[in-house]
Design a protein around this ligand. Structure first.
Ligand SMILES: Cc1ncc(COP(=O)(O)O)c(C=O)c1O
Length: 386
């Protein structure tokens, strides 16, 4: 008898996979499917990064690097924090990882004991729960709502924080809601968490993609806050599998030990190439794409309002809008599948991100051009009015 570890059973599959599979099938049959379910930019790495990647391979710089990352890349990341966010982040506090996913696994391994729980908002990025599970710990989802911008009500923390709570994980901008947390909010969250002797992690993977509100780093608030980031989103380098975590001074040694053991090193080609992500031309390219995202966001918010699906939370960042469809269905998952079947528009059901109101929500990712977005909106309008 073959038996998988029992923790595998606790990992829920992504519902969006059912959508994606069906979307691919329909496409293979010649249907014109519009993909608004995909959580990755429809752009590729900046030109200088791609060129540097090719050069790195041809020059054979393809071996392991230092476990916590190439010193030149860490220097560039540190400089970026200073130039763009006026924040001093010493290079030795930066550990380069295989994507933010690697950083999340490292974070869970570094800070969470077996039997612990970690607070996070409902809805949030689903893999967080599963990284904790690998460490024998659990996510404890805290109810939020659109009116409060899907952020945890800090005055209710005592209801959720118990003897086994080790900390709180937040993300700003957020996946799936696009919500951006304010500086005041992060300061208050840190105050509450520190008072309870917990750790605070802020996932800043969508940093740079803020259209409304302050684009800042939680590292500017306190050097004991953990921050993770990645080249996947602003730099459009999802498949390069490169991210990083910034840890407090007292955690550098432990984090380095874990990085050595979990990863040996992040991909070397990606690391050499990513140094070029911070040069002037690359940043200009990324800024232009941010503008494009911003225009798409306006189109989507306006279009959703027109078709009777108003967005309550402002979705100030990332490339997502989390939309309440309870006015037109009582089962968002079934609605997504029917929309795909009848109008060939693919969305992600809320069930992938949360529990409480998941059946009411769908996530739109504006990762396709304006024309396709407009077309998707027209199809959804027809679908609702059918
Ligand atoms: C909030 C959040 N954190 C982390 C990740 C992992 O990203 P990656 O491993 O590509 O850097 C994602 C991916 O979509 C995400 O949305």
């Amino acid at each position: 008898m073959h038996k998988l570890a029992s923790r595998v059973e606790q990992i829920s599959p992504f519902h969006v996979m059912a959508v994606l599979e069906r979307a691919k099938y329909l496409q293979s049959k010649g249907f014109d499917v519009i993909h608004l379910e995909v959580g990755e930019p429809d752009f590729i790495a900046p030109r200088n990064v791609s060129e540097a990647g090719c050069k790195t391979i041809l020059e054979g710089r393809t071996g392991y690097t230092a476990a916590n990352g190439l010193p030149e890349l860490k220097k560039a990341i540190s400089q970026h924090y200073f130039d763009r966010y006026e924040t001093v982040v010493e290079e030795d506090r930066i550990i380069v990882t295989p994507g933010a996913s690697g950083a999340l696994l490292l974070m869970a391994s570094l800070m969470v004991e077996s039997g612990d729980n970690v607070l996070m908002p409902d809805p949030c990025y689903p893999c967080n729960r599963h990284f904790l599970l690998q460490c024998g710990a659990q996510a404890k989802l805290v109810e939020t709502n659109a009116v409060q911008n899907f952020s945890i009500d800090l005055s209710s923390l005592d209801e959720y924080w118990d003897g086994n709570t080790s900390g709180m994980w937040l993300a700003s901008p957020s996946n799936p809601t696009g919500a951006v947390l304010s500086r005041d909010y992060i300061e208050s969250a840190w105050k509450e968490v520190a008072a309870r002797r917990g750790h605070l992690l802020v996932d800043e993977i969508y940093q740079g993609l803020v259209y409304d509100g302050e684009d800042f780093t939680a590292l500017s608030i306190d050097r004991d806050i953990f921050v993770i980031n990645s080249f996947s989103k602003f730099f459009a380098m999802t498949g390069w599998r490169l991210g990083w975590i910034v840890v407090p001074d007292w955690a550098i040694e432990g984090a380095t030990k874990l990085a050595q053991n979990l990863f040996i090193s992040a991909p070397s080609v990606s690391q050499y190439a990513a140094i070029k992500a911070f040069d002037k031309e690359s940043l200009k390219e990324c800024e232009a794409r941010k503008e494009e995202f911003s225009e798409r966001r306006n189109t989507l918010l306006e279009g959703l309002r027109e078709i009777g699906l108003p967005v309550v939370a402002p979705a100030q960042g990332a490339f997502y809008v989390y939309v309440d469809v309870s006015g037109v269905t009582d089962d968002a998952m079934a609605w997504c599948l029917a929309l795909l079947e009848e109008k060939n528009v693919a969305l992600t059901p809320g069930a992938d991100f949360g529990v409480k109101d998941a059946h009411k929500y769908v996530r739109f990712a504006y990762t396709c051009d304006q024309e396709r977005l407009q077309e998707a909106l027209s199809r959804i309008k027809l679908f609702i009015n059918r």
